[in-house]
Design a protein around this ligand. Sequence first.
Ligand SMILES: NC(=O)NC(NC(N)=O)C(=O)[O-]
Ligand SMILES: [Zn+2]
Ligand SMILES: [Zn+2]
Length: 437
Amino acid sequence: MYDTVVQFGTIVTEKDVFQADIGIREGKVVAICTPGSIESSDAEIIDATGLHIFPGLIDIHVHFNEPGRDNWEGLETGSKSLAAGGVTTFFDMPLNSNPPTTTREQFLKKLQLANEKAVVDYRLWGGLVPDNLDHLNSLHEEGAIGFKAFMSECGTDDFQYADNVTLLKGMEKIAELGSILALHAESNEMINYLTEKAINEKRFSIRDYCESRPIISEVEAVERVINYSELTGCNIHIVHVSSARVIERIKEAKAKGVNVSVETCAHYLAFSIDEFEKIGATAKCAPPLREREEVEMLWESIKHGDIDMISSDHSPSPPELKKGETIFDVWGGIAGCQSTLAVMLTEGYHKRGISLSKIAEVTAYQPAKRFGLTSKKGSIQIGLDADLTLVDLKKEFTLIKEDLYYRYKISPYIGKQFIGKTNYTLSRGQIVYENKK
Ligand SMILES: NC(=O)NC(NC(N)=O)C(=O)[O-]
Ligand SMILES: [Zn+2]
Ligand SMILES: [Zn+2]
C-alpha cells in the first residue's frame, strides 16, 4: 500500500502541530493517520519517535552560480547543502551564473544542469536587465518562477542593474505575463555616493561599510518600486529586507492594495553588526547586517505576520574573494543555505518563542503560496509531495566546517551553537539526507 511510512512523529504545518503517521506512495503523502494505525508490512519504516516533521523548506533565493561560476558553488554542492538543512525546493537566481539567466537559451542550459545535478526540487528565476526586454516572454514560457532585477550594481559585470526606465518597461511586460518581479532594492545613487565618500575619507571599518548602505537607501528604493508597481500593475517581491522600517513601508503598501511580498534572510535574524565585527568579511552582505535592535524588530515583524517568508540568499564566493585590502573590496554575499531552519529553531522558537507553525509558514507555506506551488508543496497534506524534514528540536550542536556541504567550507555560522537539527530529509518521498549523509 505504501512505499514509506513515517511513524510516531509530530507533524508541524502552518496551522497545526499534531501527532500522526504519514503514509507515502509514489512520492506523495497519501495517508495521515493516528500513530501506530498504518498497516505497513512491506513499506520502508522511518521511526520518527521524538522528532518533529516539518514541510520541506522552500528557499526562494539562492545563487548556485552554475554554469560559469560553479567554482564558487554549484548545483550539486548547493543542493546537497540544502538537503542537509531540510530544504527540499530552491529557486536559483539568474546571477552569478555566467552567462546569467536572461535568455531562453541560457535558461534551458541551466535547467538541463539542474536536472542532472540537483538532489532536491528547483525552479529558476529569469533576469530583468537593460537589454533583455524582448526575452521576458520566452523566459516565462520556459517556466521561470518570476523575474529578478537589481536596483543597484550587483558586484559582477555580467548582470547589469535595472535603471528606472528598464524597471518600468520590464514591469509593464511582467504584468502582462501575470508573473512577478523580485527586487534587490537599494538606491544605487545613495550607496555609490556614500561608498565613494567613505573610501575618499579612508573610513574602512566594518561599521563604515554598514553605514555606506544605510536603511534609508533600502527605504528609498522600496518606495520607488512600490510606486512603479501601482503604475504598471506588476506584482513585486522585495528580497532580503534588513530592517523593520522597510517592512513597515511594505505593510502600508499592502494595506493600500499593492501586490507586494517580502522576505528577510536568516542572517539578518541571527547576526547584528556586533557579530559582523567579530566574524569579519565572511559576514559581509548587501544590504549589510544591522544593529542589534533592528534584529529584534525583525523578529517582532515575523511574530506579527508582516514578513512573508525567509530565504538564505546563499551567495558564496571562493575564499580569495572574501579577502581584500578593506571590507569594501571583498565579496558581498553570505554562505548559509544549510542553516536556515537551525537559525529559525534556535533564535526563533527556542530563544524568542516563535511558534513552530509560524516557522513552517514562513519557510514553506508562504513561499509555496506566493509562487503558485500549493498544489504540490508548502505543507503536509494528503495529495501533496512528500517533502519532509524530520527534526530533533532538542538536539544541541555547534556547527563545524566538516558539517557543511558547500563547495567551500566557509560560513558565518561556523562556530555558532544551535538547538534543533535535521535528522532526515525526504524529497518526494525519497530520503535525500540521513544522519550526516
Ligand atoms: N551578486 C550577488 O549575489 N549578490 C548578493 N549578495 C548579497 N546579498 O550580499 C545579493 O543577493 O545581492
Ligand atoms: Zn540582492
Ligand atoms: Zn541574492
